[in-house]
Design a binder for this molecule. Structure first.
Ligand SMILES: [Zn+2]
Ligand SMILES: [Zn+2]
Length: 123
């Protein structure tokens, strides 16, 4: 019961965020509702259910962002942009990360994070 509440809360939190969130940031917000282990378990489940997806940070960590499956031109394997100045990671939902591999390779997931300065910080 408690987990259902936490799951909904985490899902809504990620969906309403314009940037990818780290498990720590998520944990801080829902800490009254559930433990760290539960947060990780819920995140895994939301990834499996395709509500959210993983984003790799340049430091080798993982963040989570909403998957807008019904968004027009949404590319499941899209590029992410990580800003050096504000550390925010945004989904570039319409830009596909593509690379041609030999057909002997079976691609399952693509992680592409571009590092630079975002439009907000460039101003
Ligand atoms: Zn920035
Ligand atoms: Zn994304």
């Amino acid at each position: 019961m408690k987990n259902t509440v936490a799951k909904t809360q985490i899902k809504e939190l990620i969906e309403s965020s314009s940037v990818a969130l780290s498990p720590n940031e998520i944990k801080k917000i829902v800490k009254k509702v559930c433990s760290k282990v539960t947060v990780y378990r819920i995140l895994d489940r939301l990834v499996d259910e395709e509500f959210i997806h993983k984003v790799m940070t340049p430091e080798g960590g993982v963040k989570y962002a909403a998957t807008s499956k019904y968004c027009e031109n949404y590319k499941p394997n899209h590029v992410h942009f990580s800003c050096k100045k504000c550390n925010r990671i945004t989904c570039l939902k319409h830009i596909e990360a593509t690379c041609k591999l030999h057909k002997a390779y079976e691609v399952e997931e693509v992680y592409c994070t571009i590092v630079g300065v975002c439009p907000r910080c460039k101003k």
